[in-house]
Design a protein around this ligand. Structure first.
Ligand code: ZN
Length: 856
């Protein structure tokens, strides 16, 4: 690994700060290149720190210090020790029982391309302070265990001047709730509001405002509706009421992530706010609903109760993802949501957990905390809370959450606090369960069955794989919901929750008249890899009969996975029984169309590569691509007579609505369209759909089908002309071309598109739409044998790193799977990683990630 100056931060080094902060007063004089920030900060003694006297050490980065004073006395320049990370005032100058710090700094928002701190997006000022952006705004304690009351005033030309809390006048704000610096926010610009209001459960009126650029105000209705539903849901399900007079959301175009839960002033990537039927897909609507809910729910799980330090990140993120998943399940279909969440968990988190970036839910060290906003922290974090709820039951879960809010309101907490709340509320010992937070890697579960007399004996094994820096792991608590199906498909015995705690463990189920078909891990009750020996007849049986919809879907997927594995590695042919089973599902009107669409969609190329690697084989990206195409073709052949009718019957009548019922029909119809096109050399059906579509979902699925069949040139041009003024739609236009392109042309398509005048690569959405669209969504194109895919990707990572380290480091994950592949591809990927790692001014973000991926 390239030597790096950046220090490693360790959980074991945590100490409380020497002082606390009571209040922070900030005054901003905005200017694009020279914004002035005056601060007044009240420090008090921390009586727990008896090891004084203490220096005053404040965080600060890229700040020009104009002046500073302690208790009103100006500090001379030789009394302030400045360095790249902050400043130090020697202890002998610092009144140890408390003092007032005042300072003025100058910052340059226009030069801030990192999108961290105060920056500009399309002429508008905005901030992003999580995790450590506040230190780029002024000198202070930028750590989450220091919570203070903020008062803000803003001077500037912009008509709209926003900050956290309640409004006290134009550009004047007061937030009565103590908060850590990472929740501070400021927005200023020429913005318009979509407004509404909400009456809370205790009868208080809350004003709701969604602030957007002029012209976007007609695209806020869905986000507003989702916000009001989230507010009500949190009252009903968790007893949580909103706590300010005003709740604001601002949409910005330049944003590194999805959104940010700043107190009372959530800031969103505009793609997760703005929607109209013509410009947003059903999936976009679903994501908007989920992310609005997520950020709103943070008000209690994150803001009122925050994290003591960044190692505890999953305390707020895992819980808040779990809550937004519960909400989406309640608002839509639980079965479909669960399947979608597990698909994403496997695609992102299992992939991470199986590679060089694997880390425990609560990491023990980091170099750059922004690198730990991971699928593991978010998604595995949510799974662990789901398991807790399964283990203690819904009622106890609610009791524990009530206790959590009561005991820890206005505190900065750790995972230990969280676990203790459950132990106290549910009178249970969770010391073994807590291993989920400490051990990385996806547990592998094996199982065998023995039937004798009237008794079925299930013997489970549990293996916890080695991960970077961790070996010899202990067995974890794995709750396995298990069903038992009779030959007629009825439940032969009541479902059981079998909880594994050992590396090997048996369970007996008595009173059975015959050996049942066992349905393991219903609802995906634990984030594990379950290996069972099963034949295709059993898979087909479960696909038809399982009463648990998740496992019904899982059976079909497992069936497809096993066929595709054989096709890709042994060149076998598709199986007629499989395609017949798919036809039966596709045409079964008793099943929800959204569910049918999920059954029909084959495992992704990346999922197949991962599964082959897990099974000790070397995946061949071309063979996988070909196998997947030929299985789809075989499905189309078997279904040929039924597809046109099915396609016609799924047409949604009436005006577009994004609700789950209509969206489900459209998703099944898109799957059918893709199959129909296998028999149409001219893609007539897709062309007709493209021409007739009155909504983005149908227009885009038609375009994608046309491009993947090599018929997309004309539609691609038409689409661009129609949408060139809409930046979010043009993002989709870039993505669909690189993701649907045939693998042999994909890298050239991508290269050509980087020359397009609309390829504004400093905008993270645009960059991701093309660069990640190619590297992550076109695996056979990315992994082409000659290495040109890797080289192209690395060129662009190198270009972005000096501009936006956070997004660059995140995107390096495209290389995290290099160990799966053959020696030649491994060598080509390592060569590109080494080229990046050797750059002289590489960011610490990207240095940490590339170092870990290379693993040397
Ligand atoms: Zn979050």
């Amino acid at each position: 690994m390239k030597p790096t100056q950046a220090p490693t931060i360790r959980l074991s080094d945590y100490t409380q700060p020497p002082f606390w902060i009571k209040t922070v007063d900030l005054h901003f004089t905005l200017h694009p290149t020279a914004t002035r920030v005056r601060s007044t900060i009240e420090f008090t003694a921390n009586s727990d720190r008896t090891d004084g006297p203490h220096d005053l050490r404040l965080h600060g980065q890229d700040l020009k210090l104009i002046s500073a004073a302690l208790n009103g006395t100006a500090l001379k320049s030789d009394e302030i020790l400045l360095d790249a990370e902050g400043l130090t005032i020697p202890a002998d100058l610092v009144p140890q029982d408390g003092f007032t710090w005042t300072a003025e700094v100058e910052i340059n928002p226009e030069a801030n391309t990192s999108l961290n701190g105060l920056y500009m997006s399309n002429g508008m000022y905005c901030t992003q302070c999580e995790a450590e952006g506040f230190r780029k705004i002024t000198y202070s304690y930028d750590r989450p265990d220091v919570m203070a009351i903020y008062t803000v005033s803003i001077d500037g030309d912009s008509p709209v001047l926003l900050s956290n809390g309640n409004k006290q006048g134009h550009g004047k704000w007061h937030d009565p709730h103590p908060k850590p610096a990472y929740l501070f926010a400021l927005v200023a610009g020429d913005l318009v509001a979509h407004t509404d209001s909400f009456t809370t459960m205790s009868g208080r009126e809350v004003a709701l405002e969604i602030w957007v650029r002029p012209g976007d105000e007609d695209k806020c209705a869905y986000a507003m509706d989702a916000l009001k539903r989230s507010m009500r849901w949190d009252e009903v399900e968790y007893g949580r009421e909103y706590d300010l007079d005003l709740f604001m959301i601002v949409a910005v175009d330049d944003f590194n992530m999805g959104a940010m839960e700043n107190k009372g002033l959530n800031i969103f990537n505009s793609k997760y706010v703005l929607a109209s039927p013509q410009t947003a897909t059903d999936r976009d609507y679903e994501l908007i609903e989920g992310i609005i809910a997520h950020e709103y729910f943070h008000n209690w799980t994150g803001n009122r109760i925050t994290c003591r330090d960044w190692f505890q990140l999953c305390l707020k993120e895992g819980l808040t993802v779990f809550r937004d998943q519960q909400f989406s399940g309640d608002e839509r279909s639980h079965a479909v949501n669960r399947i979608e969440n597990v698909l994403q968990l496997r695609a992102r988190q299992f992939r991470e957990d199986a590679g060089p970036l694997a880390h425990p839910l609560r990491p023990e060290e980091y170099i750059e905390i922004n690198n730990f906003y991971t699928a593991t922290v978010y998604e595995k974090g949510a799974e662990v809370i789901g398991m807790l709820r399964t283990l203690v039951g819904a009622e106890n879960y609610r009791k524990a959450l009530d206790l959590y809010f009561e005991r820890h309101d206005n505190q900065a907490c750790t995972i230990e606090h969280w676990i203790k709340v459950f132990e106290d509320a549910c009178d249970t010992d969770l010391s073994q369960f807590a291993l989920w937070y400490a051990q990385a890697g996806t547990p592998k579960i094996g199982v065998t069955e023995r039937f004798e007399g009237d008794t079925l004996t299930l013997t489970f094994t549990q293996t916890n794989p080695d991960t970077p820096g961790q070996t010899d792991k202990k067995p974890q608590v794995v709750p396995i919901r298990t069903g038992f199906l009779g030959a007629d498909g009825s439940e032969a015995a009541p479902e059981q929750l079998l909880t594994l705690t050992d590396n090997e463990q048996s369970f007996e189920i008595n009173g059975l008249s015959a050996h049942p078909t066992v349905s393991y891990l219903r609802g995906f009750s634990a984030p594990v890899i379950l290996n069972r020996t099963v034949d295709n007849a059993t898979r087909a049986f479960l696909l038809t009969h399982d009463t648990d919809p998740f496992n019904q879907w899982e059976a079909g997927r497992d069936y497809a996975m096993s066929l595709l594995t054989d096709m890709a590695t042994k060149g076998t042919n598709p199986d007629a029984a499989f395609t017949a089973a798919m036809l039966a599902v596709a045409t079964n009107d008793a099943l929800d169309p959204a569910f049918r669409a999920l059954v029909l969609s084959l495992p992704s190329e990346d999922a197949l590569a991962q599964s082959l690697f897990d099974a000790g084989q070397t995946p061949d990206p071309d063979a996988i691509h070909t196998a997947r195409k030929s299985l789809a073709k075989a499905m189309a052949d078997t279904m040929a007579d039924d597809l046109p009718n099915l396609y016609a019957s799924l047409a949604v009548s009436g005006p577009y609505t994004p609700d789950a019922t209509d969206a489900g029909k459209r998703s099944l119809r898109a799957a059918v369209l893709s199959l129909i096109s296998k028999h149409e050399p001219d893609c007539a059906t897709a062309r007709a759909q493209f021409a007739a579509a009155d909504n983005m979902t149908e227009q885009l699925s038609a375009l994608s089908t046309l491009i993947s069949n090599g018929q997309g040139a004309e539609a691609t041009a038409t689409f661009y002309d129609q949408w060139k003024a809409d930046r979010l739609v043009i993002d989709k236009w870039f993505t669909v071309q690189v993701s649907a392109a045939p693998p042999d042309t994909a890298v050239d398509v991508a290269k050509t598109l980087t020359q397009h005048p609309d390829f504004d690569w400093k905008n993270p959405n645009r960059y991701r739409s093309l660069i990640a669209g190619f590297a992550m969504m076109n695996p056979a194109g990315f992994h082409r044998k000659d290495g040109r895919g890797y080289e192209f990707f690395a060129d662009w990572l190198i270009k972005l790193d000096p501009v936006n380290p956070q997004t660059t480091a995140r995107m390096c994950g495209g290389f995290e799977t290099w160990r799966r592949y053959d020696a030649s591809r491994q060598g080509l990927m390592r060569k590109q990683l080494a080229r990046i790692a050797a750059l002289p001014n590489l960011s610490k973000d990207t240095a940490e990630i590339t170092g870990k991926i290379l693993g040397d």
